[in-house]
Design a binder for this molecule. Sequence first.
Ligand SMILES: [Zn+2]
Ligand SMILES: [Zn+2]
Length: 376
Amino acid sequence: MTKDYYDVLGVSKTASPDDIKRAYRKLAQQYHPDVSKLDRKVAEEKFKEVSEAYEVLMDADKRRNYDAYGSEGVTFGSRGFDWSNFTHFQDISDLFGGMGFGGNSLFDFFFGGPSGRRGNYPETGASLQYDLEIGLKEAYSGSNKRLEIPRSVKCDQCGGTGAEKGKLEQCPTCHGSGQLSYRQSALGGHFVTVRTCQTCGGSGKVIREKCKSCLGAGRKQTTSTIEVSIPKGAEDGMRLRIRGAGEAGTNGGPSGDLYVVIHVTEHDKFTREGENLYYSVEVPFTTAALGGEVEVPTMESMAKLQIPSGTQPGTVFRMNSLGMPRVNGRGNGDMYVTVKVAVPKKLSSEQKQLLRRFADLEEEKGKGFFSRLKNT
Ligand SMILES: [Zn+2]
Ligand SMILES: [Zn+2]
């Protein structure tokens, strides 16, 4: 059955190239699969149909043949019109240049780029995420962990090719070259563009018999032991990337990556903020008043903190370099120690006596202060 290209574009048999171009641009916008209200597949078919009509009517020779013999007078090879026959994408690239098709360039849409994948393209495997909980001590000293990761790996029977015994055959579409050339017209001239063959994904080879072990998938499900090294000073939420430890790729593509997300649990003594640690120490009220030395725990052992006389509750002391190690290896953060003054709950009678005496002395000191105030 002959196709009515004039009807498809909605132009008369005497339409000029300009008329045809205008009509086609309008329809192309209408059937753009990303904006069309039609079902995506239908829109793509429609878009292809108007493009076929445009390809014929814009080419003087093809149009003459078509006018004389109908669509049988115009051939596009054994399988009919496809995008490789379309030489006018420049005429509408300005319409969709900024938009592309489904995230692909217009060129990719016409020539079966990423979204139009039909062949055995090698593709990178998916990434995996593993949530790993560690304690603050482990984050402080760093460690090596062995993780059991369920993942897919390359099939060992076919070497990931998916073909029985790894035996691949020459691609019938490109005859093993992996490339196809397309003639295009642009900027008033013709040029030849070389594109990757869709059937074999550029490998030049296809699978004739599927691998019996993996049924052609080229990969198998397994559990791998992955060693991961947690750096000193690892922070909560840190992501460690282990290249190639994700899911196996397809068609010989590389494996994806594994992301280990670190979760640092809370510590019973220390609070952490970035590279610094915070700690509260109880100091006897006598030490706070008279001054002295107290012991404070650190991530490694214990340290001595000098308390000056007259230290007030809530005073914060900084202990240099006793915080978390910096991930870049350049030393440690600090530890901040807040003083809590401990008031004794039980006193012996002797202690009570001494404290009463102390209170009396304080009162006298106060009176002396007021009397001095009066006399001035
Ligand atoms: Zn296999
Ligand atoms: Zn090929």
